[in-house]
Design a protein around this ligand. Structure first.
Ligand code: FAD
Length: 474
């Protein structure tokens, strides 16, 4: 029989459920296919750095698959509907009997897969989808009433219980095929999509590098993670988000490797804090499936539709460019603009600043993040933004508003991180780094750095009024 694996956000050989299933019998002929959909990617605001990471990882995967006797074919078309038509044609031309793929949980992706599951069987192709980019399948972790959890802590507890009872396996790479295919795949042509160069040390493409980073992190740094993860100057987090977003690594690989180094992680012992982050990742994916409106620009809370946002184009531009006059916010935005990645604590601070200090619609920030982040992922990004904007499930209460100055002082006390990204503050002493203009005034210095574009205390009062009005109106 001829089996086809349709690769999407799962660019790896190891622990790839669809690939493993397609290769179950050694004598079957197995083909792989990747379909680039630039127009769809544009609509989804995929960052050019993520496109570069995908492109490079795909090349490595083509070599890896070839060593297993599997040809990776490549095609480019506009969007998902063209991809489905091409898939039908491909299956017809190559006499494919069975199609295998790993689910994606975003709305358009699910519609596409529903079309595939309707159309392909009509031409005699069996279709099998797998829950692969998660620890536990969406819909399988439910409250006593059979509903999706809306609060993270009980969800996390339920996940841990399930994982303790029945650890999902971590599959090896498939064995080489018995008969190497004579099928010559087309060489990978570059996508018709902008690509931007990436820091090779930090975001090395391909699954071998992802595994190496995972191993090193679990061996050397996961134990210190709870104490150091909130300090952006330290490189204390795993840096694996791009690997998980694009699928050069699976969350089960993370879990198994973690348990090897920290055997009590599932009992909330050492390693438990990092595992909790992986469970946040699952939580947001499960939410997308339970509440598809999250993919359609809708706030989770209905009252949040009434929020009267400010339309200040100049403020939005200052935020995007890292020129708000608040050093921690600006350093964060410049880190993301320069590298495609931002530390989690800073994502919370920068998002909160846009929504609660500038009163700009969180969806504009969500989009901007997506267009720049190498690890852009709809579920996590939307979840993070709705958390910061207080419009989501289990979000920060709307009246709890981060003070960007004290957040900076708390998580970057000496300004080590700020100095890395704001060279114009080099002359400012550590003690004043979070209030550089206060220092400049006192010492009659001139700074080539913007004055704060809003005053936090006044902005906070306005934000509270906007949120209270929206809640009353609904
Ligand atoms: P680690 O701390 O090492 O965590 C391990 C893994 O767990 C991460 O790689 C990631 O896959 C997952 N994870 C960690 N924290 C979260 C979280 N809060 N929610 C969901 N998953 C999490 N993460 C993305 O992968 N893509 C995004 O587009 C994204 N956008 C965000 C936007 C905002 C406003 C906020 C507040 C958070 C966002 N996050 C996003 C979550 C988080 O900031 C990143 O996953 C994390 O900073 C990545 O760094 P790391 O790999 O070193 O994480």
């Amino acid at each position: 029989a001829t089996h086809l694996v349709w690769l999407r956000n799962d660019l790896r050989l190891n622990d790839n459920s669809a690939l493993w299933a397609a290769c179950r019998r050694r004598e079957d002929r197995v083909l792989a296919l990747f379909i680039a959909t630039p127009q769809q990617w544009r609509q989804h605001d995929m960052a050019p750095r993520q496109a570069e990471y995908i492109w490079r990882s795909l090349q490595l995967l083509q070599q890896g698959l070839a060593e297993k006797g599997i040809a990776l074919h490549y095609h480019q078309c506009d969007d998902f509907s063209a991809a489905v038509s091409y898939l039908q044609q491909f299956c017809r031309e190559r006499h494919v009997d069975a199609l295998f793929y790993n689910y994606q949980y975003e709305f358009n992706e699910r519609e596409r897969d529903a079309a595939v599951e309707r159309l392909l069987p009509q031409q005699g192709v069996t279709v099998q989808g797998f829950d692969d980019s998660v620890l536990l399948p969406p819909g399988s972790v439910r409250t006593g009433e059979g509903k999706m959890y809306k609060v993270f802590t009980p969800f996390s507890k339920a996940c841990l219980k399930r994982l303790r009872g029945d650890l999902p396996p971590c599959l090896p790479a498939p064995e080489a095929r018995a008969h190497v295919t004579a099928d010559q795949p087309a060489p990978l042509a570059p996508f018709d999509y902008p690509r931007q160069s990436i820091d090779e040390q930090r975001f090395t493409p391909g699954e071998a590098a992802a595994l190496q980073r995972l191993r090193a992190f679990c061996r050397q740094r996961v134990a210190d993670y709870p104490a150091r993860r909130d300090y952006p100057a330290d490189e204390a987090t795993s840096g694996l988000s791009v690997c998980l977003a694009v699928g050069t690594l699976s969350p089960r690989q993370c879990l198994h490797r973690l348990l090897r180094e920290q055997p009590h992680a599932l009992e909330e012992g050492a390693g438990g804090v990092w595992l909790n982050e992986l469970i946040w990742r699952d939580f947001y994916r499960h939410l997308l499936v339970a509440f598809p409106a999250l993919c359609k620009n809708q706030p989770f809370m209905a009252w949040a539709r009434q929020l009267a946002w400010q339309q200040r184009a100049d403020h939005f531009t200052a935020w995007c460019e890292g020129k708000t006059g608040y050093p921690i916010v600006d350093a964060a935005m410049r880190q993301m603009n320069a590298t495609g990645w931002m530390h989690n604590r800073l994502r919370m601070i920068a998002a909160s600043f846009l929504v609660k200090d500038l009163q700009i619609d969180w969806r504009r920030g969500e989009r901007y993040f997506m267009s720049v982040l190498i690890d852009g992922d709809l579920a996590a990004n939307n979840g993070g933004w709705q958390w910061a904007a207080s419009t989501g499930t289990d979000a920060v209460p709307y009246f709890r508003i981060f003070n960007p100055t004290t957040q900076g002082a708390r998580f970057d006390p000496q300004g080590t991180f700020i100095r890395r990204w704001l060279p114009e503050l080099a002359a400012v002493p550590d003690s004043d780094i979070h209030d550089p203009h206060g220092w400049a005034k006192k010492n009659r210095q001139r700074l080539d750095y913007p004055s704060p574009i809003v005053e936090h205390k006044a902005a906070r009062e306005q934000t509270l009024a906007i949120f209270e009005a929206a809640r009353k109106a609904s």
